[in-house]
Design a binder for this molecule. Structure first.
Ligand SMILES: *[C@@H]1O[C@H](CO)[C@@H](O)[C@H](O)[C@H]1NC(C)=O
Ligand SMILES: *[C@@H]1O[C@H](CO)[C@@H](O)[C@H](O)[C@H]1NC(C)=O
Ligand SMILES: *[C@@H]1O[C@H](CO)[C@@H](O)[C@H](O)[C@H]1NC(C)=O
Ligand SMILES: *[C@@H]1O[C@H](CO)[C@@H](O)[C@H](O)[C@H]1NC(C)=O
Ligand SMILES: *[C@@H]1O[C@H](CO)[C@@H](O)[C@H](O)[C@H]1NC(C)=O
Ligand SMILES: *[C@@H]1O[C@H](CO)[C@@H](O)[C@H](O)[C@H]1NC(C)=O
Length: 610
């Protein structure tokens, strides 16, 4: 939720050794060469922070550790308590791998030694076209839930046996195949009996990431720095005992190992489902062109997708466009960088107030409960919300988090809903800027579907990149990587109004039925397949929109008929999207000087009070 403020401009401060990885260093106790330890520590742990205040604390802390180390024999360090007594809770603990190796002998490790043995690839798979069912994706392999929530075991008092912690973390949930029918069409992504798949356009989010940088005042880093600020006074007990020696182990912004697996896996699954589409490319002697953008986790996500889709080495098997994500660069995969009004919290990312109202309600009891186990620091609603976020971020970064077991099912549902409120009003159907920011991608989709170049670049599209080479038309497979906020913008821009069917999200309770759930649509590696079909039962080419394996109704669009499989003739779909494009004025939404009227709500993602 702090994506709009992902800081690009970071100052590097001096490298400071942290005591937090003391236990790692203890592995070399047999060779207690202080200078070597020092160097290694300095090399392994770098702290970057733009806050001089924080740096001050850390330097002081390093000094304390240096002092303490003088008489700290390895024997003393072996005692876990002696070790942790020195750890200031919330201290950042980072590990910068790889080192500059002393065993670098590239000649001794050739990558190609010949003799590969006989090999030949088989036919391309096409599960979506050939199998009677579709492989569903469980989403959370590699991740460990706390015992109480482990699947199958149920909670002590299960309120809802379908509760799944990893599907209750809002946009911090790993993506999973939603159950057929979730979005209103009881069909699944394999081709209907009388249809063939002729093309796919995939839009997906990056995989699981680290949170904002360590200087951020909110979220997990904010909570960690609050703990550090209470060093000396803070003690915790009971279920929070682990906090006494908890260090902050999350990196900044990049893809986590699990996130890497998600994208590799998405690449493999797309090859399994749609590999046969590569035949078109072989026949026409062309390579597919995939797009991502320059941010570290975006590029890494695209590369891991390619690794899964093509295997290693993938460089000669496709072309990768890397657009620039930075302020001032037109980019349909990062439109908020040029939409000025998005920086105004009353226009872009509105709903913060509603989210906080809801947080105060659902966390009321949790704050009091947890406070009983904490001395020397007054827990706020924001702290406790950050602890829930830390559960999510630690789980997808480290595989497990002690924070997860601190909360009840109901509190997790509250957390999930808080993310729904944030996304609904911030970047989706409830935001006046959603449609404008999503319309650039919709223009590109229409351009590809009609094989017609974009005439006027009047939104977030970038004319420079719209040429036959970097934006080819007539291909049967497109893959674009982006952020979940953009996926949300695009759903609104496409006018897929079934997601908005239950209306604006209230801030005082969770509605029994709600059509908009961020865990279902905005998760890590969330993905939209635009599936193109040719059917014996239908005269015209058809399109389906499939979000996380759930088929989305298209009959909500003007000109699209009701269809059991959620299909719409491509022409009708394109006409509806052209109308959406005509009715979406980027310049007005993003640059217009307007105020949101008092009491106004939208369900179409546009400033439509005029
Ligand atoms: C369009 O993209 C190119 C390549 O990334 C970049 O150099 C150029 O500045 C962009 N143009 C605009 C107007 O953002
Ligand atoms: C960038 O976007 C603006 C606003 O839509 C547009 O006026 C301009 O032509 C675009 N530039 C390019 C190179 O596409
Ligand atoms: C790609 O190949 C399929 C057959 O596998 C065909 O039906 C489809 O029309 C082709 N698409 C393009 C864009 O050439
Ligand atoms: C957009 O959605 C609304 C609500 O479903 C519908 O009335 C309208 O016709 C749609 N517009 C287009 C262009 O499909
Ligand atoms: C942008 O250009 C398209 C034609 O490519 C047009 O349909 C649309 O109305 C234009 N939008 C604005 C705000 O000028
Ligand atoms: C928008 O609608 C929701 C749900 O009915 C309501 O809680 C909220 O106060 C409304 N916002 C405004 C500004 O009226």
């Amino acid at each position: 939720m702090r994506l709009h403020a992902s800081g690009d401009e970071k100052t590097k401060l001096p490298t400071i050794p942290s005591e937090a990885n003391l236990h790692i260093q203890c592995g070399v106790c047999g060779h207690p060469d202080p200078s070597r330890l020092q160097v290694q520590r300095a090399r392994n742990v770098t702290l970057r922070t733009s806050s001089a205040f924080l740096a001050g604390i850390l330097i002081a802390l390093a000094a304390v550790w240096q002092y303490g180390r003088l008489d700290a024999s390895c024997l003393a360090i072996k005692g876990v308590n002696a070790l942790y007594a020195r750890v200031i809770p919330g201290t950042p603990e980072w590990h910068d791998y790889p080192p500059s190796p002393t065993n670098a002998f590239p000649d001794m490790f050739p990558t190609d030694v010949g003799y590969p043995g006989p090999t030949h690839a088989g036919a391309e798979p096409g599960v979506a076209a050939t199998a009677p069912a579709y492989p569903m994706h469980s989403g959370s392999v590699h991740l460990v839930a706390p015992p109480a929530f482990a699947k199958g075991k149920g909670n002590s008092k299960p309120r809802d046996t379908r509760f799944d912690l990893f599907r209750s973390l809002g946009s911090l949930s790993p993506w999973y195949s939603v159950e057929p029918g979730t979005f209103g069409i009881d069909s699944s992504p394999e081709a209907p009996d009388t249809c063939r798949i002729t093309g796919v356009h995939l839009l997906h989010r990056h995989g699981a990431r680290y949170p904002a940088d360590v200087t951020s005042a909110s979220g997990p880093p904010g909570f960690a720095s609050r703990l550090r600020a209470h060093a000396g006074r803070f003690t915790a007990s009971g279920p929070l005992d682990f906090l006494n020696d908890w260090t902050y182990k999350l990196g900044q912004e990049g893809l986590t190992p699990f996130g890497r697996a998600q994208l590799f896996d998405l690449g493999v699954s797309m090859r399994m489902r749609y590999g046969f589409l590569l035949k078109n490319f072989t026949e026409s002697n062309t390579l597919p062109v995939f797009r991502t953008e320059s941010q570290n986790r975006m590029l890494a996500s695209a590369q891991n997708f390619a690794l899964g889709f093509f295997g290693y080495p993938f460089e000669d098997q496709y072309h990768q466009v890397i657009t620039i994500e930075s302020r001032g660069f037109n980019n349909t995969l990062a439109p908020y960088r040029t939409c000025a009004n998005n920086d105004d919290p009353n226009k872009g990312w509105r709903g913060g107030g509603l989210q906080q109202e809801w947080m105060a309600i659902y966390l009321h009891k949790a704050v009091r409960r947890l406070q009983k186990h904490v001395n020397g620091m007054k827990l706020t609603v924001a702290d406790v919300f950050a602890m829930q976020e830390t559960c999510a971020f630690e789980t997808v970064a480290l595989g497990f988090s002690k924070f997860c077991e601190l909360f009840t099912e109901k509190e997790w549902e509250g957390f999930d809903y808080a993310y729904d409120i944030g996304f609904w009003y911030g970047v989706s159907f409830g935001s006046p800027l959603a449609r404008a920011q999503g319309v650039g991608y919709v223009q590109e989709l229409v351009s590809r579907l009609t094989e017609t170049p974009i005439e006027t670049h009047n939104s977030s599209t970038n004319a420079t990149l719209h040429n036959d080479i970097t934006f080819p038309l007539g291909h049967s497979l497109y893959v674009d990587a982006t952020h979940e906020v953009v996926v949300m913008n695009v759903l609104a821009a496409l006018n897929l109004s079934s997601f908005a069917a239950t209306g604006p999200l209230p801030s005082d309770h969770i509605p029994e039925i709600r059509s908009f759930r961020s865990a279902e649509v905005a998760s890590f590696a969330t993905n939209i397949q635009f599936q193109l079909l040719s059917c014996d039962s239908e005269p015209a080419p058809q399109i389906r929109v499939i979000v996380n394996d759930g088929v989305v109704p298209l009959h909500v669009l003007r000109g699209c008929p009701e269809n059991a499989h959620g299909m719409c003739p491509v022409d009708a779909f394109v006409d509806a999207q052209k109308e959406n494009i005509r009715r979406t004025d980027w310049a007005f939404a993003c640059e217009g000087d307007w105020e949101v009227p008092e009491g106004w709500n939208t369900t179409v993602g546009y400033p439509d009070w005029m």
